[in-house]
Design a protein around this ligand. Structure first.
Ligand SMILES: [Mg+2]
Length: 267
């Protein structure tokens, strides 16, 4: 069926991961099949704010689930944007706060980076979504940022979805740092920053992109700021009561990704 809903047909689809395609690593029923289907018609991308794992980990996870990876840019990560900014600003001593696997990935991207600088050497603290830290690591960050050393965060989501209930994410860590030291990050990457869509914008116009995500203040906000179309599956964070409180409504609302009629959106 031809595109009947939008002025222009959709030429690329970008999916959020947690709460949209899966929860706690388990795909929602029909989600993988739906992505495979639309990927046979237009390029698909994956954009998650979750930096608790590296892009390599996500690549392997998505492959295992059977989700199509069509190019090197298929998985868009705030970690890459942060690295790019670090290079642009010629910063070498970056104290990296993150899970072991992500820390190793980050260090391997640039052998010239010193990711364990002393307090005195530290030019920048980069905070990713570390969900296995001990208190000493938290103190290492604290001793730096309380001195006024600049710090960036990969994203600022308050919580991360989990099948047992949402758990604190970087936005909650920031509330802790602000309470303790009255400091705020200089930069936040990740949704809703439209810069996250750069690889997709290279191949089509914003209004030809459909973003599919379950969270209003990151996913929908990104779509609004960038001018993309937006589909909200109700299998994640947002329910109909939340939607009723929203002045602006998503272009498409569906129970799950499997219920979105992608065929009616593309040429
Ligand atoms: Mg989500």
């Amino acid at each position: 069926m031809a595109n009947t809903r939008f002025k222009k047909p959709i030429k690329a689809v970008v999916f959020d991961l947690d709460g949209t395609l899966y929860l706690s690593g388990k795909p929602f029923p029909g989600a993988v099949k739906a992505v495979q289907h639309i990927a046979s018609k237009v390029p698909v991308f994956y954009l998650s704010n979750n930096t608790s794992k590296s892009p390599v980990f996500y690549k392997n996870r998505l492959k295992r689930m059977g989700l199509p990876l069509q190019s090197e840019d298929s998985i868009i990560s705030a970690l890459n944007l942060a690295l790019q900014r670090i290079h642009e600003q010629n910063i070498h001593n970056v104290f990296f706060f993150g899970n072991n696997e992500v820390t190793e990935w980050f260090a391997a991207q640039d052998p010239n980076l010193n990711i364990r600088p002393s307090i005195e050497e530290t030019e920048l603290v980069l905070i990713s979504y570390h969900n296995a830290f001990d208190y000493k690591e938290l103190c290492e960050v604290s001793w730096r940022i309380q001195r006024g050393i600049r710090f960036w965060v990969t994203h600022r989501d308050f919580v991360c979805p989990d099948e047992r209930g949402p758990v604190p994410d970087i936005g909650s860590f920031l509330a802790m740092f602000e309470t303790a030291y009255h400091v705020r990050p200089e930069v936040s990457f990740g949704k809703p920053d439209p810069a996250m869509l750069a690889p997709v914008m290279q191949i089509c116009e914003p209004e030809e992109i459909l973003f599919v995500g379950d969270r209003l203040y990151t996913d929908f906000e990104l779509a609004i700021r960038s001018g993309c179309k937006f589909a909200l599956p109700l299998c994640g964070e947002t329910n109909r009561d939340d939607l009723a409180r929203q002045a602006r409504q998503p272009d498409i609302i569906a129970e799950t990704v499997a219920d979105i009629d992608f065929d009616s959106l593309v040429e």
